[in-house]
Design a protein around this ligand. Structure first.
Ligand SMILES: [Zn+2]
Ligand SMILES: [Zn+2]
Length: 377
């Protein structure tokens, strides 16, 4: 693709979100004649034993799929979000926390094979798998595959920002690094979470007769917001929508302390919720359920809150830019640190990351996998 059509495509996508292409996009200020043909649509040296298919990544010598979008006989699963973890596999190899999350969500644990962080499993066919922390949500893993001395890392989703609810991303050398690109545009920079927590606590102080209703995904984001509120010194009761309860309990069982949590349905009265923080799934923000709350101020914790139009669409008064995915700087920094021979990009906004790789003399390709629509941004 020529640079001009790449830029047009990216600019159109940005405009849909009400954003402008930044004048000073880092890594993209390269003269066009240098950028063109720098290698991003050159064929890359695919290892014959690992194959990107539309429905997942297939490892032929051992007949295993990674995060497949349909039920398969054997699956390696990076983490519990619905776009990566699906029920119905014959055998599911994942971290114990991911298996617990899948059991909770799919009410089945048939064929569960636990893999601890750092543990190496022989899968047969000369393929070994090692699970490494990805820093995304509880139990999330990068999967390092090794076959005949060739090392491939499949990250699933990941982030580099600190998160008290999960282990930090482990930078590990490899030949092929397979990364997501959910926020793969230079406009996406996630601010430090402490500032977002300060906004939330400040809104609570300013609105003592209301409650602050925070929309947050039930797996990962909700628990991270709660743990960060505790770290910021907020030790009052945090009230939950019923859909949050089981996952919060699972986090606590896995050693993540969340403090005093209670269900909104157990509140003695509407009055008891004045001045309180309430956490609910994003879908509950504007539905009948929220009518039981006293004059709620609506907040939402998501990386997409960087896009004002999205906050407006959802009627969000207090957008909190909190993401469990790497932002542009984290993506490029991670590729530079891991320093693979090749980078494969699974899902998200891959064009700018491909360009960045090309401009930095890094081999890269987009895999165009289907079915990864993030529930968890
Ligand atoms: Zn995820
Ligand atoms: Zn995902």
């Amino acid at each position: 693709m020529a640079l001009s059509s790449f830029l047009t495509l990216s600019q159109n996508r940005l405009r849909q979100d009400g954003l402008e292409w930044p004048e000073s996009a880092p890594g993209l200020k390269i003269p066009e004649h240098r950028a063109r043909g720098a290698g991003y649509d050159r064929m890359t040296a695919a290892f014959s034993w690992i194959r990107p298919e539309p429905q997942g990544i297939y490892i032929a010598p051992t007949d295993v799929w990674v995060d497949p979008s349909r039920a398969v006989p054997r699956a390696l699963v990076t983490h519990g979000h619905a776009d990566h973890a699906r029920g119905g596999h014959g055998q599911t190899i994942a971290t114990p926390a991911t298996l617990a999350i899948m059991k909770l969500r799919y009410a089945t644990s048939d064929g569960a094979v636990p893999a601890e962080y750092g543990e190496t499993l022989s899968l047969g066919g000369g393929v070994k798998a090692t699970f490494l922390p990805a820093g995304h949500v509880l139990g999330s893993a990068q999967i390092l595959l090794d076959h005949a001395g060739e090392r491939v890392i499949i990250t699933g989703d990941y982030k580099r920002a600190p998160d008290p609810t999960c282990e930090a991303f482990a930078v590990t050398p490899c030949d092929i690094f397979i990364t997501e690109a959910t926020f793969g545009l230079p406009v996406f920079t996630h601010p430090p979470i402490a500032g977002e927590m300060a906004k939330l606590l400040n809104a609570r102080e300013q609105n003592p007769d209301s409650c602050i209703l925070v929309g947050a995904y039930a797996l990962g984001k909700a628990q991270r917001v709660i743990a960060e509120l505790r770290a910021a010194g907020h030790h009052d009761v945090i009230w939950l929508h019923g859909a949050m309860e089981a996952m919060c309990r699972l986090y606590e069982e896995h050693g993540v302390a969340l403090g005093d949590l209670r269900l909104v349905s157990d509140a003695p009265s509407k009055e008891a919720l004045r001045g309180a923080i309430v956490i609910a799934p994003p879908a509950a923000l504007n539905d009948r359920w929220s009518r039981r709350l006293p004059d709620p101020v609506t907040a939402m914790a998501s990386g997409w809150m960087r896009v004002r139009a999205r906050a407006r669409q959802r009627g969000v008064e207090l957008p909190l830019i909190i993401s469990d995915h790497a932002d542009w700087n984290e993506l490029t920094q991670t590729i530079a640190q891991v320093n693979p021979h090749e980078t494969w990009i699974t899902h998200g906004r891959e064009e700018a990351l491909l360009r960045w790789c090309a401009l930095n003399q890094r081999r890269a390709r987009a895999l165009a996998l289907v079915g990864y629509e993030d529930e968890d941004d």
